[in-house]
Design a binder for this molecule. Structure first.
Ligand code: ADP
Ligand code: MG
Length: 248
């Protein structure tokens, strides 16, 4: 319905069809301010497609996506970024030949292009922001390292940092710990918990140990719909969830 809500994200009756196949089928989802929500579900459930629709990469066939009470479905991707929706894709899109510092600096909202931003005179504001983000993502010691030389995990954190430079109020991450070592996974769990102290975060993840560590609430998707939702305990003991996902 079109009523006003306190949710950061309110999705209602959302549907997308690809040649008649409904990858997202009449889905409702509500995310609170400062909530860390994890979405799980079998391959092909529609998890990535849902994030694509929230960030504007894929247009809805029907339904509503409200971000802070404002309808997003008609807005292009860049406009949603400006409204405060940040999205991390599975493969990091960092500039390998720039330093960590430069990668963060070019992500400051005033730097519109790589070239423009490199020659953009560093203001104290930008420097302070780069510093605080680098600290948050654990890369303060590697600020002047070329990004291409970072470990796999550090590259993932750098991309999260690049998103944080824009101060998103909703940050979405698709399988952020894939390929990470145990130690990197633990650090990422801590990072995501810190990040969600002052913004909402949606994470798609398969690793149930990791999900258990970070999730406030878990949403289980299946065939473009929501199969179950609630605490980790609740969904883990739900027979329908065990049947389609956890039992395999
Ligand atoms: P998940 O991330 O949960 O594994 P996806 O969202 O990637 O699932 O995919 C959900 C379903 O939608 C799959 O059957 C996939 O093949 C289909 N799909 C996704 N994107 C497209 C597209 N652009 N065109 C056609 N089918 C698509
Ligand atoms: Mg996916």
């Amino acid at each position: 319905m079109s009523s006003s809500t306190d949710f950061v994200l309110a999705i209602e009756d959302l549907t997308v069809s690809f040649d008649g196949f409904k990858a997202i089928d009449n889905l409702n989802l509500y995310v609170d301010k400062n909530e860390l929500r994890v979405i799980i579900g079998p391959n092909g459930a529609g998890k990535t497609t849902l994030l694509d629709m929230i960030c504007g990469k894929t247009r809805a066939s029907a339904g509503s996506i409200k971000f802070k009470n404002e309808e997003m479905t008609t807005l292009p991707e860049y406009a949603r970024v400006r409204k405060g929706i940040g999205r991390k894709f599975q493969t990091p899109s960092i500039y390998e030949n720039l330093s960590v510092f430069q990668n963060l600096e070019v992500s400051f909202p005033k730097g519109r292009s790589v070239i423009g931003a490199i020659f953009f005179k560093c203001t104290d504001e930008v420097l302070a922001k780069v510093d605080s983000v680098a600290k948050e993502i654990g890369l303060l010691e590697t600020l002047h390292t070329e990004a291409g030389l970072l470990s796999h995990g550090q590259k993932q954190w750098l991309e999260i940092g690049m998103l944080l430079m824009q101060e998103p109020e909703l940050l979405m991450l698709d399988e952020p710990i894939a390929g990470m070592s145990t130690r990197e996974r633990d650090l990422t769990a801590e990072l995501l918990k810190r990040i969600s102290n002052n913004r909402s975060v949606i994470v798609i993840e398969h690793d149930m140990e990791f999900v258990k560590k970070i999730a406030h609430k878990v949403t289980v998707m299946h065939q473009g719909k929501i199969l179950a939702e609630g605490s980790m305990d609740k969904v883990q003991n739900d027979p329908a969830v065990i049947d389609v996902y956890l039992g395999h």
